[in-house]
Design a binder for this molecule. Structure first.
Ligand SMILES: Cc1cc2nc3c(=O)[nH]c(=O)nc-3n(C[C@H](O)[C@H](O)[C@H](O)COP(=O)(O)OP(=O)(O)OC[C@H]3O[C@@H](n4cnc5c(N)ncnc54)[C@H](O)[C@@H]3O)c2cc1C
Length: 415
């Protein structure tokens, strides 16, 4: 039986297909009443499931390659490839992506379909770096979208609802190095008062906390470096630099983490927190995340801190990140610079009870739940949070009138 990576959801789909050629995939979709694409299974809810069959593109990815267009500064890669594999290949050829998520193990199409993001005041999410898509539509025909096409902004963060993406084209830039450092015990008062200065202090900044106590436990900074650059001292606001490598979760061996202590190295070996050749954790966890306009950051952080007595006991760790605004219709950073409040939970049933409490506390700040993580299963008005919501629904109605790619999740939350 196939489950999500963490075992949080067991897929009900009858069959998982592994087409070896594009034609095989097109034929499969054309004759299917219900079928959906499954990526690397790193989502935590039933988003990827299908009332019919599932299709996985790893066999197709194995026979396809990465094509770089140095003039357009784009790279086209098979949808079933993992981010870490694309990154290694791009770096070897002198190119880079603008951002990566915390782990490099996630699939390209699956990650952009849910607006997966890293951190950085100027770093838009991974989907915003998509310059084009190839996808097999409900009737089995292959469509190609690029930035000249109005539909692209509605088709990248598409939750699998518009078809099976077979290739993704990304913006690329010349490869660069990054140095990563960790600070410990940033006083909460300083974190709230100087939030903007702290998140601006490197290209990518993450605050790790369990919401209890007087200090944020860890501040991770990832800064681009050029050979010969003097490293500027950052203002630490009362935190102290770590003198040994750290894992974000207290007590876990940091061996799976990317190099720290300021040692410069290629972007793809520093921007993710975890190394491609290691399992990021045991998988014995659940995740939730809420993204909201960053102008509310201090108030939202204070609101969750006030819930520490119910949140902290269920938590492995929380991470606070920033994401730059984009224009993708269902992006969780659509139209507004965003702060993301992430929760890595113990895998216990009590988590389902605490989510509505957190959501009530964050409701005044127009928090958007991460599409691929757990949020409370209750009546909600997501449409209010996405100005292009009706356009997305109209696009789905146009592209998939028979509902080949719909499922329970889409029926409950979107359609
Ligand atoms: C340990 C861990 C760390 C994580 N870290 C981060 C993080 O740093 N930032 C963040 O934002 N998220 C993070 N996530 C969440 C994760 O990035 C998302 O859930 C992402 O969608 C997973 O990609 P996937 O390939 O596993 O997709 P799946 O979970 O397999 O599928 C997700 C969606 O993508 C669709 N899809 C997949 N492939 C295709 C395709 N070929 N064509 C069309 N649709 C497709 C599916 O139908 C489904 O709707 C993390 C998850 C885990 C388990």
């Amino acid at each position: 039986m196939t489950t999500t990576w963490s075992g949080s959801h067991t897929f009900g789909a009858a069959t998982v297909h592994r087409p070896r050629t594009l034609e095989e995939l097109q034929e499969l979709v054309a004759v299917s009443r219900r079928v959906r694409a499954l990526g690397s299974r790193h989502s935590f809810n039933d988003l990827a499931d299908s009332p019919g069959d599932l299709v996985v593109l790893d066999a197709l990815a194995a026979t396809d390659g990465v094509a770089v267009d140095p003039v357009a500064r784009t790279a086209t890669a098979p949808a079933g490839m993992r981010y870490g594999e694309l990154a290694r290949e791009l770096h070897a050829r002198g190119w880079a992506l603008h951002a990566m998520a915390s782990l490099p193990h996630i699939g390209l199409a699956g990650a952009v379909a849910t607006a997966t993001h890293g951190s950085g005041d100027h770093a838009r999410n991974l989907a915003a770096g998509v310059a084009g898509l190839e996808l097999v539509g409900a009737d089995g025909t292959l469509r190609v979208l690029d930035r000249g096409d109005d539909e692209l902004a509605g088709s990248v963060v598409a939750l699998g609802a518009l078809g099976v993406v077979t290739r993704v084209t990304f913006d690329v830039e010349p490869t660069y190095d990054v140095a990563q450092t960790v600070d410990l015990d940033l006083p909460w008062d300083a974190a709230l008062e100087h939030f903007d200065e702290i998140t601006a202090s490197a290209d990518s900044v993450s605050l790790f906390t369990d919401w209890s106590g007087p200090a944020v436990q860890q501040v991770w900074r990832k800064a681009r470096v050029r050979a010969g650059d003097e490293r500027a001292e950052v203002e630490r606001y009362g935190a102290r630099p770590a003198t040994a490598k750290k894992h974000p979760i207290a007590g876990i061996d940091p061996v799976a983490c990317t190099p720290q202590l300021g040692e410069p190295g290629p972007w793809h070996e520093r921007l993710p927190h975890f190394r491609l050749d290691f399992t990021p954790s045991s998988g014995d966890e659940l995740q939730s995340e809420y993204l909201l306009p960053r102008r509310h950051a201090a108030a939202a952080l204070a609101a969750v801190r006030a819930l520490s007595s119910v949140v902290t006991p269920l938590l492995l760790v929380s991470e606070v990140r920033t994401v730059a605004a984009d224009d993708l219709w269902l992006s969780t950073a659509h139209g507004v610079d965003t702060v993301a409040l992430h929760f890595t939970w113990k895998q216990v049933p009590e988590v389902a009870h605490v989510l509505p409490t957190i959501e009530d506390a964050l409701a005044p700040f127009d928090a958007r739940p991460h599409w691929g993580k757990l949020f409370a299963d209750r009546e909600r008005d997501l449409a209010r949070l996405y100005p292009r919501w009706d356009d997305f629904r109209a696009l789905v109605a146009r592209r998939d009138p028979g509902g080949v790619f719909t499922n329970d999740f889409l029926a409950r939350h979107v359609l």
